[in-house]
Design a protein around this ligand. Structure first.
Ligand code: B4P
Length: 209
């Protein structure tokens, strides 16, 4: 009987989690908006880009291998990023929800994420796709490259390769979630605070549903 109540309570707690994917091409403002969203909604921010850059900074074997691909504008292998997300989910059992930023970036990653969340009796509530034109993306990333020290931001050829990877491998991830009616689009150009308001409107709809 006690076990029944523990299972029931854990399941109920998990089903009240808020799990969101902030989606969009490189430079669409995912990192920028994530900082504001996690403060407002108290979510745990999981950015695979940040996790990979932290591995690079620590000069781990994983980081050194990932850097070679990132410097060419290519995606890191699925098993590497899925492993990182799996550990991050395990390390945050008390989180009231997760904001996934830059993940999933392939259909295989999306399927793996669904399986990992199912193990926690939860799932993705919504994917919010940020819409930004290609020329605006290139201009933002080149501008960031002047100060960020990120080697994938200071070369237009690499930036365009990242955008091509997005079209070839990542855009299809939206189709995956579209099948479940979970995708909404938000304008990602203009003032940061106005874009934030558009995102909050979509998230608040999940909370009242
Ligand atoms: P990420 O770290 O995810 O980097 P990103 O796509 O460039 O987006 P980011 O979030 O940093 O930029 P933002 O749009 O906020 O990935 C880097 C690399 O890691 C990938 O290329 C890949 O190699 C690897 N990787 C990561 N995840 C992976 C995965 N799941 N699978 C495989 N490989 C993976 O902002 C960009 C700039 O725009 C900023 O300077 C910002 O100030 C500016 N900006 C934001 N909003 C603006 C606005 N409204 N107006 C004007 N400028 C704005």
């Amino acid at each position: 009987m006690i076990l029944y109540y523990i299972c029931f309570f854990t399941k109920r707690q998990a089903s009240t989690m808020l799990n969101l994917i902030l989606f969009g091409p490189p430079g669409s403002g995912k990192g920028t908006q994530s900082e504001k969203l996690i403060r407002k909604y108290g979510l745990k921010h999981l950015s695979t880009g940040d996790l990979l850059r932290s591995e690079i900074a620590s000069q781990t074997v994983l980081g050194l291998e990932a850097k070679k691909l990132m410097d060419r504008g290519q995606l890191v292998p699925d098993e590497v990023v899925i492993g990182m997300i799996s550990s991050a989910l395990e390390s945050n059992p008390q989180a009231k929800g997760f904001l996934f930023d830059g993940f999933p970036r392939t259909s295989a990653q999306a399927e793996a994420l669904d399986r990992l969340l199912e193990l926690k009796n939860t799932g993705i509530n919504k994917m919010i796709a940020m819409q930004v034109s290609e020329e605006e993306l290139v201009s933002r990333l080149l501008k960031r490259g002047m100060t960020s020290g990120r080697s994938d931001d200071n070369n237009e050829g690499v930036i365009r390769a990242r955008i091509a990877e997005y079209h070839n491998k990542t855009a299809a991830v939206a189709d995956y979630y579209q099948k479940f009616g979970k995708v909404v689009s938000v304008k990602g150009e203009g003032n940061v605070d106005e874009i934030f308001e558009g995102l909050c409107k979509e998230i608040d709809e999940v909370l009242v549903a």
